[in-house]
Ligand binder design. Structure first.
Ligand code: ADP
Ligand code: G6P
Length: 483
């Protein structure tokens, strides 16, 4: 067996130029944070986009960029500003992302963007073909690169190709509205194995294949020409050890070495031991339900006025895709909501919402996870949601309550959390009350079960299951052709 080539739009780090020099900052998002753990443990090459356009890279810095990426086992695909515009901001994030998350009204069907998407997918395929041998394993990730499997297959018919989709695959009724639906399916079917987070996404995909391409599907095998393509669900886990160990270290940090954030949170807890902190961490994305959460918080404060001056909502929203108009509108909406709710409820000694619009270093994420009593995550639609899993992994004494939207893929594996419908404010307000009043023993019992599951089905197990299944599939395929 040869090497593994991971390919995704985002690399584990994003490059930025400041003061004429290159800095590499960790990428945010489930794909990058999850795959980073897999990548650092093995012998793999990761190909992707650096985050900089060709126009932004001064010639003199080009060798430095390659060196910075190779330190992270990565190499880059060069994209021009026009390509980033049409492929990334355009087709990926103005067509596929909203459509696959059931925001049909946000989805734009622009022929020019589709053409650039094809052209850029070919660039990624060519980057693979340049370095791949027949015995290598190619692992393609996510909705930005759905045509790549077929493009590689055309040139290397016998190579092993796996594809994993990190976002939902929508129902046939939604998917069928895409003008280029057959091409997308055919692109994906260049793979030997196609993986999804949940059984529902898998079922939706198989239904689209059957109804749009008329292919024979038996159980979870698709028969196409001489090939058999396997489709399966692999719920992605987290690097459990990394989070639980970081939490232990964080709690044992001597006061003099604590971060400003940790110090402040501890101080608040000491002054008022009954006060409760609610936490939400998301990219600033309309699928995450941040605006709904703010409205639900207002509803909660009105329904349970006894909690005024007792609870605080910390919102950490990471800037994301800020060239896309829907994200700009959402930013404005959230700014306004936070301002209005704080204006309405604040007292001289209490601000109900602490709102941070920025990315934070890993250590600060851990500060928040370990000190907040309740994690409150309300996506309207989410492929998985790893933040929910990370929160539980950091609760070393097993206290803490997770309130999670049932629309997140992770809700399938986290029945011990309080599951809510984010559109139901009444239920959400009651869930917050239930979380605040939940006895410690009950919190610990729920988290004990969750932690055991998350520790076992960690990101390494997820990657091994996927890889094992891909190798099995290849063997089956060979014996099928040999017969
Ligand atoms: P998505 O992939 O849609 O962004 P997930 O919840 O699955 O949502 O993954 C988000 C990932 O990004 C998590 O692993 C989380 O730790 C990381 N992350 C979120 N916010 C930050 C932040 N401010 N700084 C660094 N990493 C972050
Ligand atoms: C989700 C997607 C990833 C993407 C991430 C961050 O997790 O599934 O493919 O990388 O969001 O979004 P961005 O557009 O910054 O890469």
């Amino acid at each position: 067996m040869g090497k593994t080539i991971i390919i995704s739009n985002r690399l584990p780090v994003q490059l930025q130029i400041s003061n004429g020099d290159i800095t590499a900052i960790p990428s945010v998002g489930g794909l990058a944070t999850g795959m980073k753990s897999v990548h650092s443990g093995g012998d793999s090459l990761w190909i992707g986009w650096s985050g900089l356009t060709d126009e932004e890279i001064p010639k003199a810095l080009a060798p430095k960029i390659d060196k910075a990426l190779s330190e992270h086992g990565s190499s880059k695909v060069n994209l021009t500003a026009d390509e980033v515009d049409g492929f990334y901001f355009g087709f990926s994030n103005r067509t596929i992302w909203p459509l696959f998350h059931y925001f049909l009204e946000y989805s734009e069907f622009e022929l020019d963007n589709w053409n650039i998407y094809k052209q850029v997918n070919q660039k990624f395929a060519d980057a693979i073909l340049k370095v791949a041998n027949d015995d290598d394993i190619i692992w393609v990730h996510d909705y930005q690169l759905m045509l790549v499997p077929q493009m590689v297959r055309e040139k290397k018919p016998n190579i092993s190709i796996g594809f994993f989709l990190h976002i939902p695959f929508p129902s046939f009724e939604i998917f069928r509205t895409l003008p280029w639906r057959e091409e997308i399916l055919e692109g994906l079917l260049g793979s030997d194995l196609i993986g999804f987070h949940t059984y529902d996404y898998e079922r939706h995909f198989l239904s689209s294949v059957r109804r749009l391409l008329g292919l024979e599907v038996s159980f979870n095998d698709i028969h196409m020409d001489e090939r058999v393509i396997k489709v399966d669900s692999f719920p992605m886990g987290i690097d459990y050890k990394k989070f639980s160990e970081a939490a232990l270290k964080n709690q044992n940090t001597p006061p003099g070495e604590q971060s400003e954030l940790q110090r402040r949170l501890y101080k608040h807890k000491k002054t008022d031991p009954d006060a409760k902190f609610f936490l939400s961490i998301d990219r600033l994305d309309y699928t995450k339900g941040i605006a709904k959460r703010l409205n639900a918080f207002e509803y909660f404060l009105n329904k349970y006025p006894q909690y005024k001056e007792k609870v605080r909502l910390i919102i950490l929203a990471v800037p994301s895709r800020s060239n896309v108009p829907q994200y700009q509108l959402l930013k404005r909406e959230i700014d306004e909501l936070v301002g209005r709710i704080n204006g309405e409820f604040s007292t001289v000694s209490w601000t109900p919402i602490w709102y941070f619009y920025r990315s934070m270093p890993f250590e600060n994420l851990i500060d928040l996870y370990t000190t907040c009593d309740i994690a409150w995550l309300t996506p309207i639609r989410d492929g998985m949601n790893l933040v929910a899993k990370e929160y539980i992994a950091t609760r070393t004494d097993r206290t803490g309550v997770l309130i999670l939207s049932e629309m997140a893929g992770s809700a399938n594996e986290m029945n011990e959390a309080i599951l809510i419908n984010p559109n139901n404010f009444e239920q959400t307000a009651d869930a917050l009350n239930q979380a605040i009043t939940m006895p410690v023993e009950e919190q610990q019992e729920r988290n004990r079960v969750l932690q055991k599951r998350l520790e076992r089905y960690n990101v390494e197990k997820w990657a091994n299951d996927f890889m094992g299944s891909l190798l099995d599939q290849k063997e089956k395929d060979f014996s099928h052709v040999a017969r």
